[in-house]
Every structure is written in C-alpha cells, then in structure tokens.
Design a protein around this ligand. Structure first.
Ligand code: NDP
Ligand code: OXD
Length: 313
C-alpha cells in the first residue's frame, strides 16, 4: 500500500478555507499550520508565502516547499531555510496577466493625465488637455524583464510605447530593446520616462530604487514599484518627488506591510498607493500547480521554476 504524501499549508489565519477545497482534489493528506495537530516528521511538502523564520527547519522529512508567490524573498530571508530542500516558486500566466494589467493601468493613468480629469470632474470643470507626451516618444523601462516583466513589456509595446528592459542576461524579444548587466544600467535609466520595477528582491537589488538611481532618470520620470518594498528607499522617493525630479509614483509594495497609518506615502499628492494587490495568487490555479508538482516529484521528475538559492531568485 502506498501512503499519500502530506502537505502542510502555512497560510495566514483565516486563509486555510480558500486553499482546503481546491487542494482536496489532490491525493494528499492536508494539514493547516496553526490549526491541525501533526508530527513534524510526517510532513512531506509545505506551501506558504512568508513562513516564520526557522520554522521550515523543524520539518525533518520535508521534500520540497512551494511558494504561493512568484517572489520568494519571504523564504530566503530566513537564515535557517533548509538549503537541501528545493523551493519552487509560483509561475503562471494568470498571475503574469494580472500583473501586466496593473502595470498597464498605472502607466495609462499617468500618461493620459486621468487624475487631472478626475479632479476636474469633481469641480464640474471642462478642462481639455493634450497628452503630456506622444505615446511614440514615451519610453518605458522594465527594471527586470523575466516572466512578469516580459508580459507587461509586450502589452505596453502593443499599445505603441517604445519599451526596453534591463536584466542580468541579454534578451531577444521582438520590438523590445535589451539592456543587460550593471554596465548598461545607466544607459537604460537615461532613456526610461516610466521606470517599472519587476526585479526579485536579492542582496544585489535591495534598495536599488534610491536617490542615485532617480538622479539618472530623465527629469519628470514616473516610477512604478510592483516588486518588493525592499527595493525602494522611501525617503529618497519622496525627496525626488518633492524636488520635481520625479513626476509621480505608483507603489503596490512597501518595506513595512501593512503600510503604517502614519506613513507620509498615504497622503503624498504624487503617489498612488495600493495594498500589495497587483496580483493575488488564485487558490484554484495555484492548488492545481502544487498538486501537479507534488505528483511529478513523487514520480521522480524534476520541476521547472525551482529557485536557484545561490542566485537568490
Ligand atoms: P523572474 O525571476 O522571472 O524575473 C526577474 C528578472 O529580474 C529577470 O529578468 C532577471 O534577469 C532580473 N534580475 C534579477 N536580478 C538581477 C540583477 N542583479 N541585475 C539585473 N537584472 C536582474 O521574476 P518574475 O517576473 O516572476 O517576478 C518578479 C517579481 O515580481 C517577484 O520577485 C516579486 O517580487 C514581484 N511580484 C509582485 C507581485 C505583487 O502583487 N505586487 C505579484 C507577483 C510578483 P535574468 O532574466 O537575466 O535572470
Ligand atoms: C508574489 C506576490 O510574489 O504576490 O506573487 O507578491
């Protein structure tokens, strides 16, 4: 008789019910951390997003960990992450699509001056205005052009914007200019009227969005950070907005989440802030991803999207 693999769900309190039902479709013994009683040695697989540091190390038979997010910094910030256990990140077109929608929405809100029209409507004023810049000369720079950055870049390219991307390795993407490596970062920044951060958070990218970088953007550039709060020095952003170096910013992620009520970001007139909702992993889609992944691992197959722990993403 073969035993069913066990899966421990490490999800925020109250979220277990969203995962329980779709995961029940797999041939798995399910446990919810903080709710069910289980022997640590009985856990084969775990899924989560930001588990308590040190916790995964207490599961001695763990075969693999599934991240509920595309970003896995919530695991790698754990100095005791058990390095022999493969970490599989969530990569899925539906997630990339939601992210691309968010990016396109915020580029267009700024590009088409929508906030001015909304203000005019509140005053019942008919204030016509031209686009501040023609689409053909509004240059988009994707800082990080991996799974999500590529889809967002392609959507913006298809809307007529000139698009370029910066990555560690050179890309060949139709109609998108590739800049690669630290040596090409300044040239990339100098031609980015919109800068969209879609990098993973690693020691190399931590606080990359800071005063020296903002100074290299064209004056009046717009910054969208949809990756991680740890990429941004918030005080430097506010200074760059207040000096006019930057025209505005959209932030979906923050160094401290939830963003504290006292943060000046909430009320800054040039910032749009959203509560880390650019894309929310769908339990239905992700449960299938995890069920299929466990079945493949149990058959002895290797999975795509295993994180390179040394590289950090
Ligand atoms: P990928 O790993 O597919 O892409 C990462 C990109 O960053 C790649 O192009 C990579 O280069 C580049 N990169 C990494 N390190 C460097 C470096 N040191 N210098 C230059 N380029 C670098 O990630 P995804 O596109 O799947 O996700 C990106 C991030 O988006 C996630 O890590 C997560 O933080 C965030 N996210 C946020 C969400 C939200 O709701 N706000 C939802 C989902 C994701 P190369 O291609 O050469 O390897
Ligand atoms: C992710 C996220 O990384 O939701 O997927 O932030």
């Amino acid at each position: 008789m073969t035993t069913r693999p066990s899966l421990l769900m490490i999800v925020p309190p109250g979220w277990g019910r969203f995962w329980q039902q779709p995961l029940a479709a797999g041939n798995l013994t399910l446990y919810t951390h903080g709710q069910d009683t289980y022997a640590p040695g009985a856990i084969d697989y775990a899924l989560g997003f930001r588990p308590q540091p040190g916790f995964l190390k207490t599961l001695p038979q763990l075969k693999a960990v599934f991240s509920l997010g595309a970003g896995i910094d919530g695991f790698l910030s754990d100095p005791n992450y058990p390095k022999h256990v493969p970490l599989i990140r969530f990569v899925d077109d539906t997630l990339s699509r939601e992210m691309a929608q968010y990016v396109v929405l915020h580029v267009l809100l700024q590009h088409r001056g929508e906030r001015n029209f909304a203000a005019a409507q509140r005053e019942a004023k008919w204030r016509q205005a031209m686009l501040p810049r023609p689409t053909e000369t509004t240059r988009i720079g994707m800082l990080g052009i991996g799974e999500i950055g590529t889809m967002a870049a392609e959507r913006l390219r298809d809307l007529g914007f000139p698009v370029s991307g910066w990555s560690r390795t050179r890309k060949t993407l139709a109609g998108i200019t590739s800049f690669a490596g630290a040596g090409e970062l300044d040239a990339f920044l100098a031609q980015s009227d919109f800068l969209i951060c879609l990098l993973p958070l690693t020691p190399k990218t931590h606080h990359i969005l800071s005063a020296p970088l903002f100074a290299k953007l064209p004056r009046g550039a717009y910054v969208i950070n949809v990756a991680r709060g740890g990429h941004l020095v918030e005080a430097d952003l506010i200074a760059a907005l207040d000096s006019g170096q930057l025209a505005g910013a959209t932030l979906d992620v923050f160094e401290t989440e939830p963003l504290p009520e006292a943060s000046p970001i909430w009320k800054h007139p040039k910032i749009i802030a959203t509560p880390h909702v650019a894309a929310i992993t769908s339990p239905l889609v992700a449960a299938k991803y995890v069920i299929d992944g466990i079945a493949a691992l149990e058959r002895g197959e290797t999975l795509k999207n295993v994180v390179d722990l040394e590289r950090g993403y």
